[in-house]
Design a binder for this molecule. Structure first.
Ligand code: G3I
Length: 346
């Protein structure tokens, strides 16, 4: 392990040990009772995104995953490019791997994601309006139908807004207009009436023009009888940009619409190299997010977008940034882990 995150090793915590952080007099004890035990005791889902490669090939990854988490989301395996790469040709090998592992380990599965502008094959993007709507209906019907009764919640549509709160000018929107959102939810409800159906987005943690656009859309569509049951707030945060202090208030206003809320993709990145001070700040972000969720009865779960810095999308997308997850690259618990633990145990 040679990445800069390695340099932060002195500041990390081993489960069951007491370590003094390098930058200051902070001593932290990581209890040995896993996150999922505390979460289950309060009927809460503590989840993580799962990547199929290490799930299949890496015992430390599997052990940590199954010890700590009572919910999983496929990081990539259920996206359209993975499940229907060619028209009508479905491949579920990777998705099945995740659902089978979850079932064997008593984990709830969150489905991610049915309709998105990214990771959708070119053949879909080139269709005319009628064919695109048909393809969407067939895709949702087939994927949701396959896992009916086994996948508890679905991100039916993902990231439909631009950052100013307008509808994202995706190929979906360009061809079908806003109606594709309502249609997607109706197709999903028909395919599995028992699944809870969510709309999911990023940069909607605080109260801002984008989260207000999401709020208004959910309110309006539910008023029209569109089956939207939950809102996913992704939670891709960075310590250099500050914490959205109105997160709890934002979660509450969605809950007041009558929908469940979930933190769906939490990670807290930083400029590398990490150090004890940054990791301590990061841990306060994790604590603040989970506290905000636990404070609202309809906030039913929190999922981290991967659990080990060994496998995170962040360094690929934001060069020079990383160390965003609760475990180091070597599966050592970080202060962020303890923050989640303390909140769940408290
Ligand atoms: O599978 C191919 C592999 O065959 C190829 O050799 C390799 C070469 O780059 O790429 C592999 O695909 C990558 C895929 O992850 C699987 O590892 C893609 O390039 C890469 O772009 C893709 O990144 C994913 C990203 O979504 C795509 O937009 C990340 O892993 C995943 O963490 C990220 O997750 C998204 C959520 O779904 C939605 N919200 C934001 C979040 C972070 O971007």
């Amino acid at each position: 392990m040679t990445s800069p995150a390695r340099l932060a090793m002195a500041a990390v915590l081993a489960v069951g040990t007491s370590v003094t952080l390098a930058a200051g007099p902070v001593t932290a004890e990581v209890p040995s009772q896993p996150l999922r035990d505390h979460a289950s005791a309060r009927d809460f889902l503590i989840g993580t995104a799962v990547a199929t490669g290490p799930l299949a090939g890496e015992p430390s990854y599997r052990d940590t995953l199954n010890r700590e988490f009572n919910a999983v989301t496929a990081e990539n395996a259920m996206k359209w490019d993975a499940t229907e790469p060619s028209p009508g040709q479905f491949t579920f090998t990777a998705a099945d791997q995740i659902t089978a592992s979850a079932q064997a380990n008593g984990q709830t599965v969150h489905g991610h994601t049915l309709v998105w502008h990214s990771q959708t094959p070119g053949w879909v993007q080139g269709l005319d309006a009628t064919a695109m709507r048909d393809a969407m209906g067939n895709h949702i019907g087939t994927v949701v139908g396959r896992y009916a009764g086994r996948i508890a919640t679905w991100d039916v549509v993902n990231e439909v807004f631009d950052d100013n709160g307008g509808m994202r000018s995706s190929f979906w929107y360009q061809r079908l207009g806003e109606s594709y959102v309502a249609d997607a939810f109706r197709y999903a409800r028909a395919a599995d009436p028992s699944a809870k159906l969510c709309i999911n987005d990023y940069n909607v943690e605080g109260i801002n023009s984008k989260s207000t656009a999401l709020y208004n859309l959910v309110s309006r569509l539910r008023g029209q009888g569109v089956p939207i049951d939950c809102v996913g707030i992704q939670g891709h945060l960075a310590i250099q940009y500050g914490f959205p202090n109105d997160l709890r208030q934002n979660i509450q206003r969605f809950a007041d619409l009558g929908v469940d809320v979930r933190i769906t993709e939490l990670d807290v990145r930083m400029q590398l190299p990490a150090d004890a001070g940054k990791l301590a700040t990061q841990s306060t972000y994790y604590r603040n997010v989970i506290d905000a969720c636990l404070a609202v009865a309809r906030c039913t779960g929190l999922t981290v977008w991967g659990f080990t810095d060994r496998y995170s999308w962040v360094p690929d997308t934001f060069p020079g940034q990383g160390a965003a997850l609760p475990y180091t690259e070597n599966y050592q618990a970080k202060p962020a882990y303890q923050a989640l633990h303390d909140a769940l145990a408290g």
